[in-house]
Design a protein around this ligand. Structure first.
Ligand SMILES: Nc1ncnc2c1ncn2[C@@H]1O[C@H](COP(=O)(O)OP(=O)(O)OP(=O)(O)O)[C@@H](O)[C@H]1O
Ligand SMILES: [Mg+2]
Length: 261
């Protein structure tokens, strides 16, 4: 296994007028090349902060973040990042939002629109190519963001709560698409979610974080065979065992979070 992203002894503090907040501390975590790692933890425990560091958008206050053994470049153009907040450009049509990275790569318009349309169809947005972001629902906007990240074909994809705005059925369809894509491309995935079922369905390993300051409470290997049937896998007895075990860690984290406020 080749380490791709390494967090070594990471802490990150933020100082504002209200004082200093430690988002995360003592985080040692390695993401291996080609693996699908899910991160779960209570709100405010530093999950987005960790992704921002891997994307080269934020520096740690202590420790180091490495990509292929070297300090993460700023920004890290080898990763595609589907951020938690919507970053679609409102003045660009859906197709031109999806094609943006290909445009920066110098592809001509017909070529990049072909790729954009292909991804938009895969995420179920056929017919909305020329719509503008303001004309879409929240879930549709998330799918445009996903198509944009995938169209870029990065070697590593960071996803922050990508499917939170989707209904349960559409989520499963997107899980299926994502796993097929991942199997076909060997992309390394770091996937943040609040949903333990989603994490176990998708990931090779699930890292559970404590409440703020976020630390790793447990890392569990999901030894369920692949390819996985995203519609049925939750009924597998072993899935239930993994869920119970991880739920135990997550519950402790959430209860601690409530206690500290
Ligand atoms: N730019 C910033 N300035 C000040 N504080 C910040 C900044 N970014 C994050 N924080 C603080 O760091 C902590 C962790 O934030 P982060 O967004 O990483 O949490 P999270 O685990 O992604 O939460 P959620 O699940 O709600 O998205 C929070 O207390 C937040 O207020
Ligand atoms: Mg977040």
């Amino acid at each position: 296994m080749t380490p791709l992203i390494e967090y070594r002894g990471i802490a990150r503090r933020f100082t504002t007028r209200r004082g200093t907040v430690t988002a995360c501390e003592n985080v040692d975590l390695t993401v291996n090349e080609g693996e699908f790692l899910a991160i779960v933890g209570p709100s405010g425990c530093g999950k987005s902060t960790l992704l921002n560091m891997a994307a080269g958008l934020l520096q740690p206050s202590a420790g180091g973040v490495f990509y292929r053994g070297a300090p993460v470049p700023e920004p890290n153009t080898l990763v595609g990042y589907m951020t938690q907040r919507d970053t679609l450009l409102p003045w660009r049509s859906v197709e031109d939002n999806v094609a943006i990275a290909l445009e920066l790569r110098g592809q001509d318009r017909p070529t990049r629109l072909r790729t954009a349309h292909d991804w938009l169809h895969r995420v179920g947005l056929k017919g909305f190519e020329t719509a503008f972001p303001a004309q879409l629902s929240g879930g549709m906007r998330r799918r445009v963001s996903m198509a944009r990240t995938l169209a870029y074909e990065p070697e590593t994809i960071l996803m922050d709560e990508p499917f939170g705005a989707l209904d349960a059925q559409l989520r499963l369809v997107m899980h299926d698409e994502l796993l097929k894509l991942w199997a076909a491309t060997k992309t390394t995935m770091v996937f943040v979610t609040h949903d333990l079922t989603e994490a176990i369905t998708l990931a090779d390993r699930v890292a559970v974080f404590s409440a703020r300051p976020g630390r790793i409470r447990a890392i569990e290997t999901v030894d369920l065979p692949r390819p996985r049937d995203v519609f049925r896998i939750r009924f597998d007895p072993h899935f239930g065992e993994l869920h119970d075990k991880l739920w135990g860690y997550l519950e402790e984290s959430v209860r601690d979070g409530v206690m500290v406020g």
